[in-house]
Design a protein around this ligand. Structure first.
Ligand code: DGT
Length: 134
């Protein structure tokens, strides 16, 4: 018997550090996961590589020109009948100051403060891996 083929959504996100702080953005009202603090990024568009997609997202969401570094964490998560494949890249440098074009707020968050914020489950399950990188 064939099961229903799953729908997968690839999402790329950025780990941007400044000292011992990392950049998080608060998801705007009206979106999925509104109000939660996420790593900047978004969905891949057709024809893009993951790094190209992340470069575009950071330009659109933060107004920066970023150098996308290595893929550090890959994780999958189920939302109802859809799957999200979340790829976390290190972003070692960028030009421009990040602005909240898309998020309701941006914040540089200390390593030890991340777990106290409301973050998506997709991030919470890999928080230990994230903390090792920061
Ligand atoms: P939506 O409302 O689900 O269509 O999403 P958009 O259009 O606001 O989405 P976008 O491009 O930011 O998509 C990212 C999807 O991945 C969104 O459904 C939320 C989910 N997600 C889970 N964890 C994270 C994270 O740490 N960062 C980002 N950017 N998205 C995450």
């Amino acid at each position: 018997m064939r099961t229903k083929r799953a729908t997968w959504i690839p999402v790329v996100t950025a780990i941007m550090k400044k000292g011992n702080e990392v950049l998080l953005g608060r998801r705007p009202e009206g979106n999925t996961l509104a109000g939660l603090w996420e790593f900047p990024g978004g969905k891949l568009e057709l024809g893009e590589s993951p790094k190209q997609a992340l470069h575009r997202e950071l330009q659109e969401e933060l107004g920066i020109d970023a150098k996308i570094g290595d893929l550090r964490i890959a994780n999958s998560h189920q939302f109802g009948d859809k799957g999200i494949l979340l790829l976390f890249f290190e972003v070692p440098y960028w030009t421009g100051e990040p602005k909240s074009i898309h998020h309701s707020e941006l914040r540089w968050v200390k390593k030890e403060e991340i777990s106290r914020l409301e973050i998506p489950d997709t991030n919470r399950v890999v928080l230990n891996e994230i903390l090792e990188i920061i």
